[in-house]
Design a protein around this ligand. Structure first.
Ligand code: PMT
Length: 405
């Protein structure tokens, strides 16, 4: 039995240079046992002939909304109702914008609008198009509505000599994400999870603060994945522009002291706690009540005092909870993470080398080593934060079940 046995997948192909890679993706899906139906936009047909997809999928390719009806239903409604998942690879900025706005002017967008199946988007475009605020707003809207993203990755782009974010992930990686999304059960049902995310801001005066570069992406990905897997999730977040995952209880905080208070308020009710936040270790002893004037001052000295270590506090008070920390390190990754795990009495420490360009702060990917309380370590290769979130939930779920047994 293949990993996608019994699943019907709608593979959407839109008009980008990477359209030819969808052929390999189709092959991987069918090899894994999936019944794949392909829908192409007109632009996609300029890159790859529909015939190729028809021959490899054994199904006609949907292109127009007014194709022949199937089993009494308009074809797009039949496909929308009958598929277990939709994968769009490549997903152009144009198609993502249409989906974000509910525009249904071709077969693919109409199927997406009419379907309740999970949708995985594998963006592929020029790096400037990807970075454009309009595209980023659309991505945020889609994420907030529960769409899954496979990439984009970073690398050489179609525009000659250009490199950057926007490259479609390799078909193997999109395939793995598809399997992850479509085969995941509600294995966290009945469990409560506390997740922290983002930075904390410590005021210097009413307009300035001490903070750090955490975007919240890692913590929000964990919260969203856990909710999808059935957990009741409380997300305590410092300032972050990440979209709020649907169904998650969000507690917004500014400072480390506020984050501590929000965590202590729920900790005794949860089965596990994952501290992906980067709380400020120090705060300004006496923040100014008014904006500090620079005129007449050649320097400004700030006196900082230590903030409480929330994770260490939760580790010290835990009963049956599984406590998981993240270690952001710039050197001696494993040694430092192991020392933090012991000192903070954690069950698992997720060590990320924040000097690596594809790991840590702000980026969409992470590369970590898991350090367990029993001394085991597990290297996890670079992957999208969404995928890592699910892998972590697999491991943490095992620890929770062990404690409950
Ligand atoms: O948000 P992103 O842009 O996606 O980036 C993700 C990330 C790099 C922030 C994340 O992967 C990560 O590494 N988070 C931990 C950052 C950090 O504070 O590391 P640390 O080694 O200083 O702290 C170790 C642990 O103690 C962390 O779990 C932290 O949440 C916790 N801590 C730290 C200080 C403090 N005062 N209280 C805490 O609870």
């Amino acid at each position: 039995m293949g990993s996608l046995s019994g699943k019907r997948i709608l593979l959407g192909v839109t008009g980008g240079m990477a359209a030819y890679k969808a052929v390999e993706l189709l092959r991987l899906m069918t090899k894994a046992g999936a019944d794949v139906v392909v829908a192409m936009t007109h632009a996609a047909t300029k890159f790859v002939q529909p015939l190729t997809f028809r021959e490899l999928s054994y199904h006609p390719v949907a292109i127009d909304v007014f194709d022949e009806p199937k089993e009494g239903l308009m074809q797009h409604l039949f496909l929308a109702d009958s598929c277990d998942g939709i994968v769009i690879a490549p997903a152009t900025a144009n198609t993502m914008a249409k989906i974000a706005c509910g525009i249904a002017d071709n077969a693919l967008c109409t199927i997406v609008l009419a379907s309740t199946a999970p949708v995985i988007l594998a963006p592929a475009m020029d790096s400037d198009m990807w970075a454009n605020p309009v595209t980023q707003e659309n991505v945020a809207r889609l994420r907030a509505r529960g769409f899954h993203f496979a990439g984009p990755g970073r690398g050489p782009l179609a525009r000659q000599g250009k490199e950057g974010w926007g490259r479609m992930l390799d078909p193997e990686d999109i395939f793995k994400i598809t399997v992850d999304v479509l085969t995941r059960s509600k294995d966290w049902e009945g469990l409560r999870l506390l997740v922290t995310a983002g930075p904390t801001y410590e005021a210097i005066d009413p307009v300035r603060f001490v903070g750090n570069r955490s975007s919240g992406k890692m913590g929000y990905a964990i919260a969203a994945a856990a909710q999808r897997r059935g957990a009741e999730v409380t997300l305590v977040s410092g300032p972050s522009s990440q979209p709020v995952p649907p169904g998650v209880e969000l507690v917004r905080v500014q400072t480390t002291l506020e984050m501590r208070e929000a965590c202590l308020a729920v900790f005794d009710k949860v089965d596990a706690c994952v501290k992906a936040a980067a709380p400020a270790d120090f705060r300004v002893e006496e923040p100014a009540q008014e904006k500090i004037k620079k005129e007449g001052q050649s320097e400004l000295v700030l006196r900082l005092v230590r903030n409480p270590d929330i994770l260490a506090e939760l580790g010290a008070m835990k009963k049956n909870q599984v406590v998981v920390g993240f270690a952001a390190e710039t050197e001696n990754l494993i040694a430092q993470a192991s020392e933090k795990l012991r000192r903070k009495n954690c069950d698992l420490m997720v060590a990320n080398d924040v000097t690596a360009p594809d790991a840590g702060f702000e980026v969409d990917t992470n590369r970590v080593t898991l350090v367990y309380a029993d001394g085991r370590t597990e290297d996890v290769p670079t992957m999208q934060k969404e995928r890592l979130a699910n892998l972590l939930l697999d491991r943490i779920g095992e620890l929770v079940r062990k404690k409950k047994a």
